[in-house]
Design a protein around this ligand. Structure first.
Ligand code: PMP
Length: 395
């Protein structure tokens, strides 16, 4: 049976996995205690669930539970890492942050807010496929005591481009500077090695990007990381070993942990399937419409296809194909339409208005991909004919 909508916006939010939904519902309905209250039986039961969830999340990352800090999502975790690390480092006169131009707004806007408070922020450029050059990171690093943090995302949420994380990690290690990677779009899609080799010291994750519920995420901090645990963003009741105050969103956290167990289970098979579905969809649109792949074709997460459809504004295309749920490389605001900062950083200018993002997940089927491609083909052809445009010929 074909449903009337084809959801190709998994980079925005993924459908919750069945076991994650069941666990979250069970915890929400049954475990009413406060997980940090150890004086009553209900609090202790809730605390055990939180401890179990922490172990599951840590196991999924191949790390220790004591290195996990729960948050409300990746936006909070990214704000916490960027601001909390710089605030703490400022006490020892380190006031320099390095990041790069295609980060998520939660990193970039945190960086801008620090700049407004007198911190020194370097935002490195990317090349035409969205990659930062590790040599630029190495050149920008001011060895102790000045650079306090480097933050470079693992996978970009608009293009799927994978950043050279190991090389950036190595440059940071040599300089003794902590390295944070926003791994929100990487988790469950590309291998995340956090072992002793070159790897980040801190990563941030969001549950709802990988089969978990909305409203939960985490920060992982390597034991002994050069900058330590970031200074708290939220002060209050001493939860999360004093690092992040506030009663835990236990149902969402338990659901996230269940999703992380399941996502880790058949990682290789699942990611290979995503890549083949993505290629099937992309090849059809490239061949039939002269669509152009945006981002790094060889170092790319398997769930995202960012495509420029020459001559067709993405917002018009998505409006004319309402059965296909996808995203555009431009966002409408009260003041008009803004191009995506990611595409602008990659040098796209006006062409960013022609970029659509199709993102798939484990629930996406071959039939859905084929049907979405046919719907988009029909709509593009009719929009082009209204505008008197021809399909560009393949180079
Ligand atoms: N970082 C990246 C790369 C993302 O894609 C997102 C979600 N769009 C976030 C951070 C923010 O995550 P959350 O929705 O959990 O706040």
């Amino acid at each position: 049976m074909t449903s009337s909508f084809i959801y190709l916006n998994h980079a925005a939010a993924t459908p919750i996995l069945p076991r994650a939904a069941a666990v979250a519902a069970d915890v929400a309905g049954r475990l009413y205690g406060n997980p940090s209250s150890t004086t009553d039986f209900a609090g202790r039961a809730a605390g055990e669930v939180a401890a179990h969830a922490r172990r599951c999340c840590a196991d999924s990352l191949g790390r220790r539970p004591s290195e996990i800090y729960f948050t409300s999502g990746a936006t909070e975790a990214n704000n916490w890492v960027i601001k909390g690390t710089l605030w703490r480092a400022a006490r020892s006169a380190r006031r320099h942050l390095i990041t790069q131009a295609t980060e998520h707004a939660s990193v970039l806007e945190s960086a801008h807010s620090l700049r407004g408070d007198g911190f020194d922020v370097t935002i490195l450029p990317v090349n035409s496929v969205g990659m930062v050059d590790p040599a630029d990171v190495a050149r920008a690093l001011r060895e102790r005591p000045d650079t306090a943090l480097v933050s470079v995302m693992w996978v970009n949420n608009e293009t799927g481009t994978v950043q050279p994380v190991a090389e950036v990690a190595e440059a940071c290690r040599v300089a003794g500077v902590p390295f944070h990677a926003d791994a929100t779009q990487a988790y469950g899609r590309v291998p995340i090695g956090l072992g002793p080799g070159p790897a980040p010291d801190l990563i941030t994750l969001s549950a709802h990007k990988a089969g978990g519920p909305r409203g939960a995420g985490l920060l992982w901090v390597r034991a002994g990381a050069p900058g330590g645990v970031p200074a708290p963003l939220l002060h209050g009741g001493g939860q999360e070993r004093g690092a992040r105050a506030g009663t835990l969103n236990l149902a969402a956290i338990a659901g996230m942990a269940a999703a992380m167990v399941d996502v880790g289970r058949d990682f290789e098979q699942a990611t290979a399937r995503l890549a083949s579905l993505r290629d099937r969809l992309e090849t059809r649109l490239v061949e039939a419409l002269g669509a152009v792949v945006v981002g790094n074709r060889t170092q790319r997460a398997p769930h995202i296809s960012s495509l420029r459809v020459p001559g067709v504004p993405a917002l018009e295309l998505l409006k004319a194909a309402p059965r296909v749920g996808a995203a555009a490389g431009a966002a409408c605001h009260a003041a008009g339409i803004d191009p995506s900062h990611v595409l602008v950083a990659m040098g796209h200018g006006e062409q960013s208005f022609e970029v659509i993002r199709l993102s798939i997940g484990p629930q996406t089927t071959d039939a859905e991909v084929d049907e979405a491609a046919e719907l988009l083909l029909q709509v593009v052809r009719s929009l082009r004919s209204v505008k008197g445009l021809r399909t560009p010929t393949q180079p």
